[in-house]
Design a protein around this ligand. Structure first.
Ligand code: DX5
Ligand code: ZN
Length: 216
């Protein structure tokens, strides 16, 4: 089990993004988590390709891009070009998920599938051996700073069993409401990567908070 942390820049200071990127570069964090929202798939709009491209110029760690958009398959090439290392698409947004995962791989990126809190992990039975990562939403996507949904622990355990049963190498990533209160239990249940936004960037010592999460 790996204990990785991916700070979500959604909670960073957008008037001085370079400073927060530098903090993450120097910290124990593993990836940058970038939340792309289109105002259609989720009731919020965040940032798009030019910002990803700008972040990529400064980031010295892989970009884990979380697409909360409809028709994500239309933008695979564009996100590759902007610097995405791992592209997460929502199960609920992909009619042809198998094809989309193949296209992400063909574009030269790792592929992740993301599940909203209501989507059963069992629906991944026939695709889990194809993906590099499963991103479990522990809040309803669209906003930072929401309360962690407790049922997530059970979902991780179920997913872990499914991954083992299907001989998959997929990592389990958890996103939403992650703090020092739940990080240890999430890793114990089988999570490999924890995304955290507000808890890291609103703390007095963000690099210390990243370290604290990694050692939970
Ligand atoms: C929510 C996003 C998250 C968000 C997490 O839709 O996918 O990545 O930034 O933020 P916190 O850690 O504040 O819940
Ligand atoms: Zn996210």
């Amino acid at each position: 089990m790996s204990k990785m942390v991916a700070p979500s820049l959604l909670a960073a200071d957008f008037s001085n993004l370079a400073k927060d990127i530098d903090m993450v570069n120097r910290s124990d964090a593993d990836w940058f988590h970038l939340d792309i929202m289109d105002g259609v798939f989720v009731p919020n709009i965040s940032f798009g390709l030019p910002v990803v491209e700008a972040i990529n110029k400064l980031a010295r760690k892989p970009l884990d891009v979380h697409l909360m958009i409809v028709s994500p398959e239309k933008y695979i090439g564009a996100f590759k070009k902007a610097g995405a290392h791992l592209l997460n698409v929502h199960y609920e947004a992909c009619t042809h998920l198998h094809r989309t995962i193949e296209e992400i791989h063909q574009a030269g990126m790792k592929a992740g599938v993301t599940l909203n809190p209501h989507t059963s992990v069992t629906l991944l039975e026939d695709i889990v051996d194809m993906v590099d990562l499963v991103l479990i939403m522990s809040v309803n996507p669209g906003f930072g700073g929401q309360t962690f949904i407790e049922n997530t622990y059970t979902r991780i355990e179920k997913l872990k069993n499914l991954i083992q049963k299907r001989n998959s190498n997929a990592l389990i990533e958890v996103d939403g409401g992650v703090t020092d209160k739940n990080a240890g239990k999430l890793y114990n249940c089988g999570a490999d990567v924890l995304v955290s936004g507000s808890f890291i960037f609103k703390s007095d010592d963000p690099a210390g908070t990243i370290r604290q999460l990694k050692t939970s």
